[in-house]
Design a binder for this molecule. Structure first.
Ligand SMILES: [Zn+2]
Length: 128
């Protein structure tokens, strides 16, 4: 199997989880300072969102992998070994936002549901 393998306890670990496992165990300090400097470069909006100065969600490259900055920042700061099915969700529905307080982990199904609810109701910032 190329993209996945089984742990010693036979639980399934995908390649995304393997990457986070390696980063969190070997390069945590470096990853943390990268994540914090990305947040520091963001622009704070009235909503409390910290937005990247990009048109869409910013991507970052770190240790051989390119991923969304919000995913990198959330997973590194919470030391989350996110797999392919674990999506980092924007509670504020602003994809350019990298405020860790506006992010949470969920499944792909929950993410789709967020998008439907946003279309219907918008965002209640008092809940963030
Ligand atoms: Zn936000």
């Amino acid at each position: 199997m190329k993209l996945s393998q089984y742990n010693n306890d036979f639980s399934y670990v995908d390649e995304s989880q393997q990457w986070f496992e390696e980063i969190l165990s070997r390069y945590l300090d470096e990853a943390r300072s990268r994540a914090l400097s990305l947040v520091a470069e963001g622009v704070v909006a009235d909503t409390g969102c910290i937005e990247t100065p990009t048109l869409d969600a910013r991507k970052v490259r770190f240790r051989g992998r390119q991923l969304y900055a919000y995913r990198f920042i959330f997973c590194i700061l919470t030391e989350m070994r996110a797999g392919y099915d674990d999506v980092v969700r924007h509670r504020c529905n602003n994809r350019r936002c990298i405020n860790p307080d506006h992010l949470e982990i969920g499944s792909r199904g929950e993410n789709l549901q967020d998008e439907r609810e946003f279309s219907a109701n918008g965002v209640d910032y008092t809940l963030l």
